[in-house]
Design a protein around this ligand. Structure first.
Ligand SMILES: Nc1ncnc2c1ncn2[C@@H]1O[C@H](COP(=O)(O)OP(=O)(O)O)[C@@H](O)[C@H]1O
Ligand SMILES: [Mg+2]
Length: 727
């Protein structure tokens, strides 16, 4: 649509936004405002102050502006990632194809409700899990389920470190319902063929892995996030053709032929939305330009709306942009329109870009307020920026008014209605291309297994460490004999074994889970081609639990031999320690999932373990458990592990009252009074168990059942938290 008639002087200054085509499949944002509370005051800080703009499909739209001007915030709002929360106010609409992409999270909604309801809501929102479940989830659900596929390329994308580029893309392709051909295609398109079989690298696993270069990693991120657009569109094309075939069989056409039908305009034009936050930052100019070129190719080939925040693009990259939004310090718009008209527009308002000057740098300098300079300089900058914003706003209003006059309301309504139907069709088709939960589970088991298998040497170190630790424990407790003094020593060794295996497992979960979460969160939150919390979590458990169980088994085996523990109870000892590792790992996962940050998880996890040790100590060496806490002590995983170890050790064990004296004589010294030696020697292990109030038979089995329940409870809790909060 173009502005018709004789242009006035003002109109001549308006960049030809419509040159890009009509608003079919365009992403528009209207009067987006975002303000956050200032710490310690009731005043708010406005980050975006009414930004509006439009990005068209098939064109690369750049967002430029000085640091802190709100570029990332705007992009996150477009992606539906910014939620209204306590102290943050978000207003404005983001539209795609004339329909709301995500419902506005405006606080106006809240203001309409009564004071009491608002009060109750505000209290509930403060409770971490309840608040998330009741409120954030609704908004995040809106954010995660936009009407068209929305891909977000992060600034510092994280991947599973031990997978190759090809394996990473193959998994993504299969999650999108694609196959190997799509992978070869995307590898070629994004210039990743040379590094297809290189490990991606990073620190997702037990140790940081050297992998692909920064530029390749960014291109991989673009490949992963845009893979679904092509597969989704192809599925829609095939399905539409088939449906069309069924509905309208063409005379003379054979049933096996797929008759290409013309797609409805909106369907064929709507290639999704790709948002990229500073995809070039930290790269050299050549690599950065390659990224911009790939984004442009994606926009053209997928007919997608591609919006990228660019940090200091070189002139060549700037020229690759089709459209531009220039944000000023203070979060306002100084320009939004075709790049080719930008310099002419600014020249018209009195700012001519000098020759041989990078236009991107010129524009960013133009709208920056330098707060480091003198007050006069700052005031001059602010005045210049305010004038540019005024100039833009007046020309923008003029253009909007013109557009309004040219488009009758009836036309808009009928177009919108038709497009709504088509978009529903597109979206549901795209969604249907997602694979089911069972297939997701199988695919994710494969990834978890690869990731674990390639950490073989980390596991080898863990194995040696477990055996070494057991040898050290066993060495310090060698030759306990079977006299009265051995009762306490056996109990102490077993308690140490329980604490050691639990602590190792908890720390491993607390350390590993958060590192994986950034990747998993990115993948789970995709609008298309993601996966559910269930398939991810249970595939992880299925692969990692048996591998983790190997280490306590080795530990228990070496300890049993070195310390001369009861051989008859060895199998139950190993079972108890393996279950203890599973219980502690899942406890670490649930603490990690519930904690808002990895630092908090690392602070909370050890505290939970220390409480668990205190409540689980049957010997009373650490603390006497008050009667009122007996119920809570059943939740202590140390309690059940210790009980299981005690039962496996003492059931069927016989003691010799003279053994301590014989041992002392054999050592050639005077009989040393050792702890427990003065007490009466229990004839059998069953007597020891009964003195402790434990069952004299089958105690290890009872404890194992309780441990299994704790594993299940922790796993369920983690799953629910992941399901409600997301990874
Ligand atoms: N949730 C928030 N709370 C407080 N300040 C924020 C929040 N989000 C963004 N900001 C502030 O808003 C400004 C703009 O942030 P951002 O969008 O990241 O800028 P840009 O990407 O343009 O550099 C920054 O000064 C940042 O500190
Ligand atoms: Mg930023």
């Amino acid at each position: 649509m173009s502005i018709e008639g004789e242009p006035s002087a003002d109109e001549a200054r308006i960049p030809a936004r419509e040159a890009a085509g009509d608003a079919d499949g365009a992403l528009e944002w209207h009067d987006v405002r975002y303000a956050v509370g200032r710490r310690g005051t009731t005043r708010r800080r406005e980050i975006l102050r009414g930004t509006s703009g439009i990005a068209h499909p098939g064109r690369l739209h750049g967002i430029l502006g000085p640091s802190g001007s709100g570029k990332t915030t705007l992009l996150n709002i477009l992606a539906g990632r910014v939620r209204e929360r306590r102290g943050a106010e978000l207003n404005g609409d983001v539209m795609h194809d004339g329909e709301l992409l995500h419902a506005s999270t405006s606080s106006r909604e809240g203001e309409k409700r009564g004071g009491i309801i608002r009060g109750v809501q505000s209290v509930l929102k403060r409770l971490p899990l309840v608040g998330d479940a009741l409120f954030s989830r609704r908004s995040s659900k809106r954010a995660q389920k936009p009407r068209v596929p929305v891909s977000y390329v992060e600034q510092d994308p994280k991947f599973f470190s031990n997978l190759t580029v090809r394996e990473t893309l193959t998994l993504d392709s299969k999650l999108h319902g694609g196959d190997e051909r799509d992978v070869d295609d995307v590898l070629r398109r994004l210039g990743l063929t040379a590094c297809a079989d290189t490990l991606v690298g990073g620190d997702t696993g037990g140790v940081a892995v050297r992998g692909v270069s920064g530029g390749e990693r960014r291109r991989l991120a673009i490949a992963c996030e845009t893979l679904g657009l092509r597969i989704g569109k192809r599925n829609v094309d095939v399905r539409t053709s088939r449906e069309g075939d069924d509905d309208r069989p063409l005379p003379g056409s054979s049933s096996s032929e797929v008759v290409p039908l013309p797609l409805p305009k909106s369907l064929s034009s709507s290639g999704g939305v790709v948002l990229a936050d500073e995809p070039t930052t930290g790269l050299d100019a050549h690599q950065a330009d390659k990224i911009v070129a790939k984004l442009k190719e994606t926009a053209v080939e997928e007919h997608a709306v591609v919006v990228a925040v660019l940090h200091q693009p070189r002139s060549r990259s700037f020229e690759r942009l089709d459209d531009l939004t220039l944000l000023t310090s203070g979060g306002k718009v100084a320009y939004c329109g075709p790049v080719k008209d930008a310099l002419a527009y600014f020249a018209n308002v009195g700012h001519v870009c000098p020759h041989h000057h990078n236009p991107a740098e010129f524009l960013i300098d133009l709208v920056a307020v330098d707060s480091d300079g003198s007050p006069e300089e700052e005031a001059a900058d602010a005045e210049r920026v305010a004038a540019l914003v005024d100039a833009w706003e007046s020309s923008f209003c003029l253009a909007s008014e013109k557009k309004r006059k040219n488009t009758s309301r009836d036309e808009i309504t009928s177009v919108t209605n038709a497009e709504t139907r088509l978009n529903v069709c597109h979206t549901s088709s795209a969604r249907r291309s997602r694979v089911g939960a069972a297939r997701q589970f199988v695919l994710l088991v494969g990834r978890a297994w690869r990731q674990t298998r390639r950490e073989a040497w980390v596991n080898a170190v863990r194995l040696v460490a477990s055996a070494g630790l057991a040898a050290a424990f066993g060495g310090c407790n060698r030759d306990m004999g079977n006299g009265a003094s051995s009762v306490k020593r056996r109990a102490a060794v077993l308690m140490q074994a329980c604490i050691n295996t639990s602590m190792l497992a908890v720390c491993r979960s607390l350390n590993g889970f958060p590192r994986e979460r950034a990747t998993v969160s990115r993948e789970m939150h995709r609008s298309v081609g993601g996966y559910g919390a269930g398939p991810y979590f249970f595939s992880k458990l299925l692969v990692e639990t048996p591998v983790d169980a190997v280490f306590p088994v080795v530990f228990g085996f070496v300890l049993n031999r070195m310390a001369g523990l009861n051989r008859n109870g060895r199998n139950w000892l190993l079972t108890t320690l393996a279950l203890q590792t599973a219980a502690a790992s899942t406890l670490g996962l649930s603490v990690g999932a519930l904690s808002p940050s990895s630092e908090m998880a690392l602070a909370i996890g050890p505290c939970v373990m220390v409480l668990s040790i205190m409540l689980g100590d049957e010997t009373g060496a650490f603390a006497e458990i008050p009667a009122s806490l007996t119920g809570v002590s059943h939740l202590s995983l140390i309690k059940w592990a210790f009980r299981g170890c005690l039962s496996s050790e003492f059931e069927g064990l016989k003691f010799d009252p003279l053994a301590d004296a014989k041992r002392a004589r054999a050592k050639g010294g005077a009989e040393k009074r050792t702890r427990g030696a003065s007490g009466a020697c229990p004839p059998t292990g069953e007597h020891v168990l009964s003195e402790m109030g434990l069952p004299t038979a089958g105690g290890a089995r009872i404890a194992a059942k309780a441990q299994a329940k704790l594993v299940a409870a922790n796993a369920l809790l983690t799953y629910l938290v992941l399901k409600i909060k997301g990874a």
